[in-house]
Design a protein around this ligand. Structure first.
Ligand SMILES: [Zn+2]
Length: 425
């Protein structure tokens, strides 16, 4: 796929004086070279590098790309046009669909999988943006999505207005249809995140979000720079590519993450248990993914709506995010097998494959996130949770003072459970 790398950006905050930010050295080569190698690995044959400040340094290093085995075109903007405005400069060179990423981001991801996802939606949409949770959503640009992965809202920072949100941060990697150019004005500085995505969403055109736990991080400050550089050089960045399987800690929700709620579990009553953000933060800092799998039969029974459950999850993600913790994915089963409740929703009254103790949600997560189930764990406070874990080949931690044949370990609370798991490595 034709690839556009936006490689402007000063590196003043990193103390760079005579090179643009994407040319900062990471080991024996500039960051931008890793990105070109990544694009090449996934079949890109032609790259446009759009530079601004000190763009001549970039051009002199990469030239026409022949030394790097790929065709490179350089375009240097005459004045700052922003991440989107500069695309107008190559409007007549763009293919019908193209990928855009930024030169100052450290990343490795399965581009095939991203292109495949976009392909499934491209007859409907203007494009696809990569999103992921991070540990500081409260000061990040967020995208909100519906159950069909359609972007419904853009929430630019700052957004400390008490609103609950999904922790889905715009990772600034996109595939666009050429039609996106009609949303960009010529000769004017505009950014994708702040200007163009909101315009597309407001226009009613479809834009999709692709969620991934792969490594895609910017290196804004000097501290962050040292960290991402280390992650890149030690192979952590490449290791998190979705082509490699990852272990996961599956978490039950009610009674493990939050206080048990009554028969009508409303968002307003949702409260995190003590120590939970700290425990989840430990997962986030380990190699494990954190995934919630929860039975919510009250939906089928007609006691709460799907919307109420999803708003409850927004509240959970917001509260966790405020403490620097995040969940990689949330799966819930809305079904219930027994009929006979007043106001029940008939089509959800089925003997589904996802309701724990069946392993359906864990298996679905394993497929979508490429999880290594035999190296994964299920933490729960009921027999159903433990059985679901066992049925998916996972080890189990029982957060309970009861005894169970299906428990491998016991813990008083989530924090203790996570300590047990991390000490078994
Ligand atoms: Zn179900």
């Amino acid at each position: 796929m034709q690839t556009i790398i936006i490689a402007g950006g000063k590196g003043t905050r990193l103390g760079l004086k005579d090179i643009p930010k994407p040319m900062v050295r990471m080991g024996d080569k500039p960051l931008l070279e890793y990105q070109i190698e990544l694009a090449k690995k996934y079949g890109a044959e032609e790259i446009y590098i759009l530079s601004g400040y000190l763009g001549n340094v970039t051009e002199e290093y990469f030239k026409d790309g022949s030394e790097f085995g790929i065709k490179i075109h350089h375009v240097i903007e005459p004045y700052p046009l922003g991440t989107a405005g500069c695309l107008k400069l190559i409007e007549d060179k763009l293919d019908d669909r193209f990928m855009v990423f930024y030169g100052d981001i450290v990343m490795d991801f399965d581009i095939d999988s991203f292109i495949e996802f976009d392909g499934k939606h491209n007859s409907m949409g203007m494009g696809t943006a990569i999103v992921h949770p991070n540990d500081h959503p409260y000061d990040s640009d967020l995208l909100q999505v519906d159950n069909n992965n359609r972007i419904t809202k853009v929430i630019p920072k700052p957004h400390n207005n008490g609103e609950y949100y999904q922790n889905l941060v715009n990772a600034a990697v996109y595939i666009f249809s050429k039609e996106v150019l009609k949303f960009i004005e010529p000769d004017k500085a505009q950014d994708f995140g702040r200007d163009i995505l909101p315009k597309i969403v407001q226009s009613g055109n479809l834009l999709f979000a692709y969620k991934t736990p792969e490594y895609i991080k910017d290196m804004g400050t000097k501290d962050r720079f040292e960290k991402v550089k280390n992650d890149l050089l030690t192979g952590k960045v490449a290791g998190l590519n979705k082509k490699n399987k990852r272990p996961c800690i599956f978490l039950d929700r009610d009674g493990v993450i939050n206080k048990n709620m009554d028969t009508k579990p409303l968002m307003k009553d949702f409260e995190l248990l003590e120590g939970v953000p700290e425990a989840i933060k430990k997962i986030n800092e380990s190699d494990y993914l954190s995934v919630i799998v929860t039975n919510q039969p009250m939906i089928a029974k007609g006691f709460v709506s799907v919307e109420e459950v999803e708003n409850t999850h927004k509240k959970m993600e917001t509260l966790l995010g405020e403490k620097g913790a995040y969940i990689n994915a949330i799966y819930y089963c809305p079904h219930h097998p027994e009929k006979g409740f007043e106001g029940e929703i008939k089509e959800l009254k089925t003997d589904c494959e996802c309701r724990k103790p069946k392993p359906g949600m864990l298996l679905k997560a394993a497929k979508e996130l490429n999880i290594d189930l035999e190296k994964s764990w299920m933490v729960g406070d009921s027999e159903r949770d433990l059985l679901a874990g066992k049925n998916a080949m996972c080890k189990t931690v029982y957060v309970s003072d009861k005894i169970s044949n299906h428990a491998d370990y016991y813990a008083k609370n989530l924090n203790e459970a996570i300590d047990i798991i991390l000490n078994k490595e």
